[in-house]
Design a protein around this ligand. Structure first.
Ligand SMILES: Nc1ncnc2c1ncn2[C@@H]1O[C@H](COP(=O)(O)OP(=O)(O)OP(=O)(O)O)[C@@H](O)[C@H]1O
Ligand code: SF4
Ligand SMILES: [Mg+2]
Length: 721
């Protein structure tokens, strides 16, 4: 990759480490400032107060129980000691204990909560049990017991006691939050891009928990100051060390309340309350700063400038075209057809594969072959969500998969990318990937390390809901950059930034939106950003599971045009899943129709459009109105999708099929190629359609050439094939 010196300069300039204006503005918000002033005052008092005040707080004088005066601003104790001096000295221990215990408690909570929540298995259960045990132990008696064993250990002992008794609640909350986050699509996406567990925890989950961690920390500080005061008040700590707690202890044992010496116990109590108030204000204000959704200025000025500079440099130097051309897989067959040409109405009418890299006289090279794939969920009576699926995806081909809800489309997509979650499991079958060099590997058998490298390099996935699949607290640029950092550790930062801009431009997003957060983008932009992420490493296959379902038709068209334009430009193959058969016919080369976990028809898109063979495909196509021609009643598919746990015997579609006849209830029809005569005239170059239905000659009982029953699975009612 060539990087111009102009670009380096353009990037270097805004990198000078000035704090971002957005963050600074957030920190300067009145609530935060108010809290910072209060807490800052006490921290300064704790650090410098004892240095500036030369009097010993324990010095006894004859001025006993004096109310506040010019000589003693906060009055004196029964021993004639100066209350102000004791408050200043007391601040040191109280603040030290508060922040010391706050930091340790929070750190331990984060380690236990995050690790226990993210990692499954015995380790996670043990950590959960460990924190539950500490939660049910009454903390005050435990504090009293522990403090009794460490009477002369000073503030260090108290910090240890408070940490031991105070971490469990924070760990529990963080564990619950992590358990919920680890199932989210953006964590799944991070896992799919090959990031390691530790990095996912650190970069993807932790930033989403900053608000909770901050609240835990600030709560722990206040709690620690109060606990220290309570321990001291009970006389369980060293009462000769001055803290706000020991002041209250001496005031109580000396009967300050009875003597109406309010100036003795009110100042330390007020100090504790003020520190708590200050921390609460910081907490409220920080929530607005940390959460990009609540931040008024969600984007950092520094990053805006950097990405703008990059965009300008890219345009100036014309690097985009150079970078695209210089990519490692530039040898791919690039098509002249533009995105709009790919979507022209003529294409839907003609054989789509004529304009695809896989046709036009070239040899169709397989890139992915599924062989007798079976996937089940659960045990006992398992749901066989994908049943004996075999198909071939060719290089540069768009393979559309359609079918009603629950037919197994997403399960198939997740299996191909090895992202199936338990209780889903691949029971049998192979998924053979063929690289450009002709090397074959079985995706089903890849070990974890191989899988991390394989996924996203060779096959990537665009999830259904872009809002869920993008990390809400990381900017777009950071998320794409993460993929590059994981897979291209040798790339320099400037190269990665340049690639991010290039990818965003490829999908029609202005590079200066790299610093935007997901919530700042429209639905279509988010989906295109997901596509940009999927393209980051130039994969051979992109799996798209309903990438446009939640979008309106205008945005849907933009996204589809983007995908098709990129496919034509870069030559990757696409597995496109949707309910929308009319959309699939427009964009796919080949379409697979799924019903009850099986492929019931596999044909070129034009073949399926012109002459659907399977009664289910006919029903699906009959569900869409046409814009031209005479008005007709929509037929649709009668009945409901089957219960996957109790499929009917024989052909699963039989209860809904209006053409069902004798053999349909006896055995499962196989997916078999139809003779060339079945293909429409003029489509001789298209692959022969395959259909799983007894109606068709060559597939069994219906035609004179039947007789496949011996090789067919015989089904007893109510069980799986
Ligand atoms: N975690 C799971 N546990 C048990 N069964 C599951 C699980 N996930 C999916 N299934 C079942 O597997 C079958 C296929 O589900 P899948 O999500 O693949 O369908 P789909 O075709 O993608 O549907 P949709 O179009 O609604 O997204 C369904 O019957 C579903 O109930
Ligand atoms: S095999 Fe029979 S029930 Fe199944 S789709 Fe064909 S005709 Fe209908
Ligand atoms: Mg699905």
């Amino acid at each position: 990759m060539i990087i111009s010196s102009d670009l380096e300069v353009a990037v270097a300039e805004p990198e000078e480490g000035r704090p971002s204006r957005g963050l600074l503005r957030g920190l300067l918000a009145p609530k935060v400032m108010f809290g910072v002033v209060i807490v800052g005052f006490f921290i300064l008092l704790a650090i410098f107060g004892p240095i500036l005040v030369h009097t010993d707080p324990g010095t006894v004088t004859s001025a006993r129980l004096q109310p506040p005066s010019l000589k003693h601003l906060l009055g004196t104790t029964q021993q004639g000691q100066d209350v102000l001096t004791q408050v200043i000295y007391g601040a040191r221990i109280s603040i030290e204990v508060g922040f010391g215990a706050g930091i340790l408690t929070t750190l331990w909570s984060v380690v236990v909560g995050l690790t226990g929540g993210y990692l499954a298995g015995t380790g996670s259960e043990l950590l959960s049990m460990f924190s539950n045990v500490f939660l049910v132990i009454p903390s005050l008696p435990l504090v009293v017991i522990l403090a009794a064993y460490l009477p002369n250990s000073g503030s260090t002992g108290i910090i240890i006691v408070i940490t031991v008794t105070g971490w469990a609640w924070g760990a529990r909350v963080l564990r619950a939050q992590t358990l919920s986050l680890r199932r989210r699509d953006f964590v799944e996406a991070a896992r799919a891009t090959g990031e390691r567990s530790i990095k996912i925890m650190w970069y993807d989950i932790l930033p989403n928990e900053v608000a909770i961690i901050t609240a835990t920390f600030l709560g722990s500080v206040v709690g620690a100051i109060l606990t220290e005061a309570s321990i001291a008040f009970l006389g369980l700590s060293s009462v000769t060390e001055w803290s706000w707690g020991t002041m209250l202890y001496w005031a109580q044992v000396s009967g300050a309340e009875l003597a109406r010496a309010w100036w003795w116990f009110v100042p330390p109590g007020l100090c504790i309350a003020l520190v708590g108030t200050g921390l609460a204000f910081i907490n409220f204000g920080l929530d607005d700063v940390i959460n990009p959704r609540l931040r008024a200025d969600g984007t950092s000025a520094r990053r805006w400038r950097r990405t703008r500079a990059l965009a300008a440099a890219l345009t100036f130097a014309g690097t985009r075209s150079r970078l695209v051309a210089a990519r490692s897989r530039s040898a791919r067959p690039a098509l002249a057809a533009s995105a709009s040409a790919a979507l022209s109405p003529a294409r839907t009418a003609a054989n789509p594969s004529e304009s695809s890299p896989s046709a036009a006289g070239t040899v169709r090279q397989p890139v992915l072959q599924l062989r007798n794939l079976r996937i089940e969920y659960g045990s006992g009576v398992p749901v066989r969500a994908v049943n004996d699926v075999s198909l071939t995806l060719h290089r540069g081909e768009v393979l559309g998969i359609a079918g009603e809800s629950g037919s197994g489309k997403s399960t198939l997509a997740r299996a191909v990318t090895r992202l199936l979650r338990p209780p889903g499991r691949i029971v049998s079958g192979d998924m053979i990937y063929t690289s450009r060099s002709g090397r074959e590997l079985n995706i089903a058998g890849l070990a974890d390390a191989e899988l991390r490298k394989f996924r996203w390099e060779e096959i990537s996935i665009v999830f259904q809901s872009a809002m869920n699949a993008l990390n809400p607290v990381l900017s777009l640029g950071t998320q794409i950059d993460d993929v590059l950092r994981t897979h291209r550790p040798a790339m320099r930062r400037v190269q990665r930034a340049q690639r991010v801009c290039e990818l965003l431009q490829l999908v029609g997003i202005s590079p200066d939106r790299a610093s935007a957060y997901p919530h700042e983008l429209s639905g279509g932009m988010r989906q295109r950003a997901m596509i940009a992420m999927g393209l980051a490493l130039d994969p051979e296959i992109i799996v798209m599971d309903e990438p446009t379902t939640a979008l309106d038709v205008v945005i849907q068209r933009q996204v589809i045009e983007t995908i098709m334009g990129l496919r034509d430009q870069l030559g990757f193959a696409v597995i496109f899943i949707t309910h929308d058969l009319s959309l699939l016919i427009e964009l796919s080369d080949t379409i697979a129709i799924m019903y009850a976990g099986r492929i019931v028809e596999l044909a070129a898109a034009s073949q399926l459009y012109d002459r659907p063979l399977h009664p289910y495909s006919q029903g699906l196509l009959g569900s869409f109105p046409t814009l031209t021609g005479p008005r007709r009643e929509l037929a649709g598919v009668p009945g409901y999708p089957p219960d996957m746990r109790r499929l009917p015997g024989g052909c699963s579609f039989q209860p809904r099929c209006q053409q069902a006849f004798g053999p349909c209830a006896g055995s499962v029809p196989l997916l078999l190629s139809q003779p060339a005569a079945a293909t429409p005239a003029g489509a001789a170059t298209a692959p022969a359609p395959q259909v799983a239905c007894f109606l068709y000659e060559g597939n069994g009982a219906a035609g004179p050439g039947g007789g496949l029953a011996s090789s067919r699975e015989t089904v007893t009612g109510g069980s799986h094939a």
